[in-house]
Design a protein around this ligand. Structure first.
Ligand code: MN
Ligand code: MN
Length: 320
């Protein structure tokens, strides 16, 4: 077998699920979700180190590898009610973004062809574009649910660089993979480069919900709005860990003070039962700046909640 495994460190899987091999479709043909690591920080503009994100997320788990992870809020089990396997990492050289991103695109394409849902552990946010390309080819223009303190809709970085952690959600619209009018960006706040930073997302068609709007308007109202807008659509959920306050997630590339707490963001996520997720990622996990695994624990919890959301929807569908 040619399983590549994790790019760095020992071969462990997320929550101890069985491993699979991206080059051997028989190893994931029965799966509903495949975990993939994208150990990449070549799109980083600030604090490098997200290449170690997938490893850090996989390493925070301490519960027995018994194939069960019940969700108290969703009354479902992200592992018992769902067949999940872990493909390890995609080999991505952070020194060459032009060659690294297509490798992730090819990996996600293999999974969508097999009819499974990829859940990608990042990695800086440049990895969203190859995911969008692969998912868009399979499902058509996607409704995107993007949690982030930044819009990531800038045109270029560093003298014309079109691919970076800050440009994927503009490229995705330009290339036709994102239906921006059906998409939401949630959690935006300063630092901004200019007062046009939110406007550039609105101009592309996104609905933007700032951190102040999210917390002042109430999480329940926001959850209702998300479900009303995105239900019935094929949804790509992209979770940038820096949406959360740095007190709850210091280990990120570009922290922004004054965000929602871990509890608040989890409360919101758990209210989104019913979305048709065709792909998801948890990105910008940077263990070099973590403390006591605070950020890694939250990233792993968010990934587990995404599994629970997928499991809950499938269970609801089965029971009519
Ligand atoms: Mn981002
Ligand atoms: Mn961000």
């Amino acid at each position: 077998m040619s399983r590549y495994g994790p790019q760095f460190g020992p071969d462990i899987t997320f929550l101890g699920v069985p491993s699979c091999d991206l080059d051997d479709p028989a190893s994931y043909v029965d799966a509903e979700v495949v975990i993939v690591g994208a150990p990449f920080d070549g799109g980083t503009s600030y604090r490098a180190g997200t290449r170690f994100g997938p490893q850090a997320i996989r390493m925070t788990d301490y519960l027995p590898h018994d194939g069960s992870r019940p969700s108290l809020a969703l009354r479902t089990d992200g592992l018992l009610d769902l067949h999940v396997v872990d493909a390890g990492d995609v080999e991505m050289y952070s020194g060459d973004i032009e060659s690294a991103l297509p490798k992730l695109e090819a990996a996600v394409e293999k999974l969508t062809r097999a009819g499974v849902i990829p859940v990608v552990l990042g990695g800086d946010h440049s990895i969203a574009l190859p995911e969008l390309r692969a998912l868009g080819k399979a499902h058509g223009p996607l409704a995107v649910l993007h949690f982030d303190s930044h819009t990531d809709t800038w045109d270029t970085y560093f003298a014309g660089q079109r691919h970076s952690a800050g440009t994927a959600f503009r490229r995705g619209v330009e290339e036709g993979w994102i239906d921006a009018r059906a998409s939401m960006q949630i959690g935006m706040r300063g630092s901004l480069f200019s007062d046009g930073d939110i406007q550039q997302s609105l101009d592309l068609g996104y609905e933007v919900v700032t951190t102040d709007q999210m917390l002042d308007g109430g999480l329940e109202a926001l959850a209702r709005r998300v479900l009303e807008k995105l239900r019935g659509r094929k949804v790509f959920l992209s979770f940038d860990l820096d949406v959360v306050d740095p007190a709850f997630a210091p280990g990120v590339q570009t922290p922004e003070a004054g965000g929602p707490s871990a509890r608040e963001i989890l409360r919101l996520l758990r209210s989104l039962r019913g979305l048709d997720l065709v792909g998801a990622d948890v990105v910008e996990m940077n263990p070099s700046y973590d403390a006591g695994q605070i950020s890694a624990l939250l990233a792993a919890t968010v990934a587990a909640e995404i599994l629970a959301l997928i499991a809950a929807r499938r269970r609801d569908a089965r029971s009519g």
